[in-house]
Write a protein that binds this ligand. Sequence first.
Ligand SMILES: Nc1ncnc2c1ncn2[C@@H]1O[C@H](COP(=O)(O)OP(=O)(O)OP(=O)(O)O)[C@@H](O)[C@H]1O
Ligand SMILES: [Mg+2]
Length: 498
Amino acid sequence: MFTLKEMPTATSTLFSSYASFAATTMLIRSIANELIPHPLRLYLNSLFHFLFTPLSSNLTLIIDDYSSNGMTRNQVYDAAEIYLSTKIHTSTKGRLRVSKTHRQKSLMVTIEKDEEINDRFDNIRLKWRFVCIERQDQNEKRCFELTFHKKFKDKVLDSYLPHVLDRASEIRNNERVLKLYNRHCPYDNDSTGGGRGGGGGGWGSINLEHPATFETLAMDPSMKKAIIADLDRFVRRKEFYKKVGKAWKRGYLLYGPPGTGKSSLIAAMANYLKFDIYDLELTTIFSNAELRRVLLSTTNRSILVIEDIDCSMEMKDRHTFDHYEQFDQPSNSKLTLSGLLNLIDGLWSCCGDERIIVFTTNHKDKLDDALLRPGRMDVHINMSYCSGHGFKLLASNYLGLQESCQNPLYHEVHGLIETIHVTPAEVAEMLMKNDDANVALQGLAGFLKRKRIEENEMKNEGVDDHKVNEAKKLKSNDDVSRIHKKMTRVVRRKCVQK
Ligand SMILES: Nc1ncnc2c1ncn2[C@@H]1O[C@H](COP(=O)(O)OP(=O)(O)OP(=O)(O)O)[C@@H](O)[C@H]1O
Ligand SMILES: [Mg+2]
């Protein structure tokens, strides 16, 4: 005991003895570090930790960044990192780490070394701690420590950690920037993109920024519902496909006049499923062997699109070099329809999971029977002219007009559309011409009336219905080929800018 008077002297004595104690400890530690080999030191540390840690009712799981062989990433660790980024709140103190890759839409925020995050799951309180351990080879070993009451061990392993994995893959999917792969684009220099898609197939990519979704697509509502249900069923049927011994792929044939939304539907499917698109122009392929290489270099969870399959296959039996014709050629030196079908049926689908193949055509009647054979393309979708319902959706999207609106022009156009063959592309183009809904609708009404007069004139001149339709297709083709050329220019420009 000290009297008040003696206090300052006592305090300074205490401080000086504490300082000399700390200095001595540091000295001993540094001598020990020099003398005791690293593995023995680690062992002594853990022994010390074991002997002096009070017995606890808690259990701690260690989740390392790499699996025990040190070669492969530990999926639980990666998932935990993503999952915990959603658990960082404004109240989180300490230091945070921020990152973003090419394929992520937004920033990812994670905790720093030794920081902790609390979580709750079904009334279980869990504590995550991020730990970095320096290793002899200068690399850091990272892990998460997950601590909770030991009576919840089974629940954490059977329910909580699977929940963390599911949430992480959901977040990853939403965060992923979709890619449009094309063999005209330069190789993607994003390490995950170019490497993945470019491997041997000559694919380059740009970000897929097509805004089409099922909500913006004007088509028969029941057909739209059926397509969404079909996609959902396909995605969740992994085990089913395995059980019945079928490759996990689904083929769609979209047919209909130009401008009815076939390409838009493909973009909507990709945006809905979060699948990349591989846009394959068969005119750039000269042999079955090349086709096989190109298809094998595509990745899982993707949609392979072959547009205008009727035109593409006009060049069937095309040869690599004309002079090959003089010789007996190996079947792989030319591109054939059967080569394409065999690849799609067999080899390619076997080595890929969750693949969707879409063929589009303006002329289903021109397609080879082999393509239409049952079981080849699982779903045939007829994309047709704009209906009254389609107009309502487009008017709502483009002009913000609702069905209940009192505008007489809206109802006039609705009536006209039901009787005239006009494509959603044509309607959309007219609606975009003016911000003022009245002016835009007036323009569309005039356009529809002119179309009707043209149709009647042709009929009066004795042109039968079939020819009227053919003429409409030609006119429409002209319009759309203009749009198509313009879009190709835009894509090329984007590639060059990149
Ligand atoms: N069903 C639709 N719903 C909403 N917009 C559509 C629809 N169809 C066409 N459009 C509009 O018209 C544009 C062109 O349509 P799209 O390229 O999807 O037609 P397509 O059927 O693929 O034509 P093509 O046969 O020439 O390839 C789209 O970008 C979109 O703005
Ligand atoms: Mg198209």
